[in-house]
Design a protein around this ligand. Structure first.
Ligand code: C2E
Ligand code: MG
Ligand code: MG
Ligand code: MG
Length: 283
């Protein structure tokens, strides 16, 4: 044990650190309970084609915490990601999003309303992942092509052969794969060329200063051109202003998402109009 009395003694029990650890542990057990008690909810943020037509929604998880109120993912995803809770949470989100999209499918049979679901690296790598996607589709009755999975570059750090295989199986199911937060992680152009990814999602950080930072403008232009040269569709996230929207339009971006066009909201309060016709679906 430490004799924490001397001048240069090591302090094993930093009170701040102790507090941080106990907060983490509390959050962990609260998350576990939240799953059992069904305290999570999905919000949906619209995605628009360059023509202005709505073609889908990204599902974003929220936590109705019994004491702290509504919490966004930044408050809990990291802790969930550090243990296997993210897998259960992600499977729940996948099931719920497919059920919702299946309702849209039945309500708007002539139109395209996709749902886009975020998949954490740990969930992607879990052994039953492909099966859980197949089951979510089966149980909800959702057509596979109406489901989009948002994967991040960070899941491609290693075991590339296995990743290629898994993505191929997902793409065989008929679902669409999107590469989220593009440009912030570690994917190589080799991956981009090889993997069955249909859509590239430009990270918000490149969109934010689009009208003031010439480097960001060139980066975004390059991502758009690269995507098109590789026959992939490209969507910008975090579009907050008319200026950003117009710059992106001028550079030929295919699709848009952001507060300028629509904020995330619960399923019941969505205004669903100007939906893309099934005959003019992109991808
Ligand atoms: P993401 O997938 O990159 O999602 C986009 C985030 O940007 C969302 O934050 C969204 O609300 C926010 N956003 C959208 N438009 C704008 C805008 O114009 N301006 C700004 N400043 N922000 C905008 P949110 O909902 O807090 O989610 C944060 C992250 O949490 C997501 O980033 C995603 O990585 C993760 N996440 C959310 N739901 C799930 C889930 O069900 N499963 C997993 N594994 N991760 C999730
Ligand atoms: Mg996303
Ligand atoms: Mg994103
Ligand atoms: Mg992002």
């Amino acid at each position: 044990a430490a004799k924490a009395t001397g001048k240069n003694a090591v302090r094993f029990f930093d009170p701040d650190m102790e507090q941080q650890i106990s907060q983490r542990l509390r959050l962990e057990s609260e998350l576990r309970r939240a799953l059992a008690r069904d305290e999570f909810e999905l919000y949906y943020q619209p995605q628009f084609h360059a023509s202005g037509a709505l073609f889908g929604y990204e599902a974003l998880i929220r936590w109705q915490h019994p004491v702290r109120g509504y919490l966004g993912p930044s408050e809990f995803i990291e802790v969930a990601e550090e243990n296997n809770l993210i897998v259960k949470m992600g499977e729940w989100a996948l099931r719920r999003a497919c059920e919702q999209a299946s309702k849209w499918m039945r309500t708007y049979p002539r139109e395209v309303i996709r749902v886009s679901v975020n998949i954490s690296p740990r969930q992607f790598h879990s052994p039953n992942f492909v099966q859980s996607v197949a089951m979510a589709l089966n149980n909800s009755g959702l057509s596979p092509w109406l489901l989009k999975l948002e994967l991040t570059e960070n899941l491609m750090l290693d075991h590339i052969e296995q990743i290629i295989q898994k993505m191929a199986r997902l793409s065989d199911l008929g679902v669409i794969l999107s590469l989220d937060d593009f440009g912030t992680g570690f994917s190589s152009l080799y991956h981009l060329k090889t993997l069955p990814i249909t859509e590239i999602k430009i990270d918000r950080s490149f969109v934010r200063d689009l009208n003031s930072d010439p480097s960001d403008l060139e980066i975004v232009r390059s991502i758009i051109d690269l995507s098109h040269n590789l026959h992939k569709s490209v969507i910008a996230e975090g579009v907050e202003t008319r200026e950003q929207y117009q710059l992106l339009q001028a550079m030929g971006c295919d699709a848009y998402q952001g507060y300028y066009l629509g904020r995330p909201a619960c399923a019941d309060s969505l205004k669903i109009d100007r939906v893309q016709d099934i005959s003019s679906s992109i991808y």
